[in-house]
Design a protein around this ligand. Structure first.
Ligand SMILES: *[C@@H]1O[C@H](CO)[C@@H](O)[C@H](O)[C@H]1NC(C)=O
Ligand SMILES: *[C@@H]1O[C@H](CO)[C@@H](O)[C@H](O)[C@H]1NC(C)=O
Length: 457
């Protein structure tokens, strides 16, 4: 190839949207010995298909969650993202008729539009809690089984009479119309108040400052981050990865057509670009995607580590149908073995490896920050988003719990006479695998967006 032609090709590639989203999302990842291409191949071709099958099983599709906990930090619910709005801006009967009906009123069009928006968001964000009578009965039986076996520690949420089962397959994570100040406040309080960051260091693309942002904010933010110990840096990247994953889902299951006779969900490339294109996000997009891969590795590592726990013969994925339960346990073990076979694992021995006292303090800091973030999820106004938010933070929390219990897991007793020192509740198991399922799906979706962007060229 002539040098000129090569240069031209290079320019075309780096100038295209395809190149702009993904050019920096390649090669080695910081703080770990792994590269993006290896993860793509491993996930998309080997792990993802098996995991999908597992997550469709009854054991994994029902997640017990308490959606009625009040937000402990601020008065939430003045918004229309949920079905049970504390203030009900969405009910047309409460809007004075004059405003609603008068075609001459200059506000009416706007109000009606707002109402439509509200109703739409309310509908899309609602959780479908329908379960067949049969399923309901079976679930009662399962929890009885859990109690009898005394194998699972109880998370208080699970015991609350307000907790209910949600069928995750009936409530896919997708575009709900939940946007605006409410959604913004959630992420903002996570990043600003729970990521060890002082207020004086501004996040790049902090919404208020976006217009005037000159790049100096990003520079000072990243130099602050670099100065942090590896644990706090990791914490920030996990949260950012989670955020990226959720946004990938919303762009991949966007409500493209919302007419009375059909709803069509699919990929919205322009939404994806607004969040991840390097030019449109002042260079932040590719960093977010790299953080997604980082999160993937952390959760994958946890799956690899937890294998001995699931290998215990006494552990059953109980749904009351022994044949299926056995089959699903086989599949789960197969997936965990696969996770273990992944060659380039993140090495978490570099985490919490400093002097013992410091390490213990750090570990506790991270644990508390994490606990707090899961409480912030009770402030998410859109119920469907709340389900997935809770599930994913609980899943990541469980992954961290596993990573820091390595010794206990290895010392699991071989006879059932001894009481094991490491336990996972059914809720933790379900959230761990489903949360990883989300991240795995996001990595798979990136391949779809790559080809869609390449087509648009
Ligand atoms: C928990 O989060 C809230 C809301 O962001 C924040 O105000 C509070 O300071 C956090 N608490 C701790 C202990 O981090
Ligand atoms: C895709 O998302 C953008 C916002 O990023 C929106 O304006 C547009 O209408 C969406 N496209 C479709 C087909 O829904």
């Amino acid at each position: 190839m002539k040098p000129g032609v090569f240069l031209l090709l290079l320019l075309q590639v780096s100038g295209s949207a395809d190149g702009r989203c993904f050019c920096q999302v390649t090669g080695d990842l910081d703080d770990c010995a792994c590269d993006v291409e290896t993860i793509d191949d491993f996930n998309n071709n080997q792990l993802f298909p098996k995991l999908q099958t597992l997550l469709e099983s009854d054991y994994f599709r029902f997640y017990k969650v308490n959606l009625n906990k009040p937000c402990p930090f601020w008065t939430a619910g003045s918004h229309c993202g949920s079905r049970h709005c504390a203030v009900q801006p969405c009910s047309p009967s409460e809007v004075p008729e004059g405003i609603r009906d008068s075609a001459h009123n200059k506000y009416s069009a706007e109000v009606n539009e707002q109402l439509d928006e509200c109703e739409r968001a309310e509908h899309l964000g609602a959780v479908d809690v329908s379960l067949s009578a049969e399923t309901r009965e079976a679930l009662l039986d399962w929890s009885k089984h859990d109690d009898e076996a005394e194998r699972f520690c109880v998370v208080d949420d699970e015991e609350s009479p307000d907790s209910q089962y949600v069928d995750l397959l009936l409530n896919p994570e997708r575009f709900t119309g939940y946007k605006g100040p409410g959604a913004w406040q959630i992420w903002n309080s996570i990043y600003e108040e729970n990521c060890f960051k002082p207020y004086t260091v501004r996040r790049p693309l902090f919404p208020d400052t976006f217009q005037s942002s000159s790049g100096s904010e990003a520079r000072s933010f990243y130099s602050w981050l670099e100065g942090q110990c590896v644990e706090k840096r990791a914490f920030y990247r996990l949260i950012s990865g989670l955020h990226a994953s959720i946004n990938i889902h919303l762009s991949a299951r966007y409500l493209l057509d919302d007419s009375w006779f059909q709803k069509k969900w699919g990929h919205n490339v322009s939404e994806f670009m607004q969040r991840f294109d390097s030019e449109l996000t002042a260079g932040e997009g590719p960093k977010r995607l790299r953080n997604l891969y980082f999160l993937y590795l952390i959760e994958l590592r946890a799956l690899a580590k937890v294998l001995p726990f699931f290998q215990q013969p006494s552990l059953k994925l109980y749904t009351g149908r022994p044949e299926e339960d056995g089959k699903h346990k086989e599949l789960l073990l197969d997936i965990l073995q696969l996770a273990r076979s992944f060659p380039l694992h993140f090495d978490e021995t570099s985490l919490f490896a400093g002097n013992e006292k410091e390490a213990a303090k750090l570990k506790e800091d991270v644990r508390l920050a994490f606990l707090n973030i899961s409480r912030i999820m009770d402030c998410v106004e859109c119920f469907k988003c709340r389900v997935w938010g809770k599930l994913q933070t609980q899943g990541l929390g469980t992954a961290l719990k596993i990573l820091f219990s390595e010794r206990q897991i290895e010392a699991l007793p071989t006879s059932s006479a001894q009481r094991p020192r490491f336990q996972l509740s059914r809720q933790e198991i379900v959230s761990l695998l489903n949360a990883f399922g989300r991240i795995s799906t996001s990595v798979r979706e990136l391949q779809n967006f790559r080809s869609l962007l390449a087509e648009e060229r």
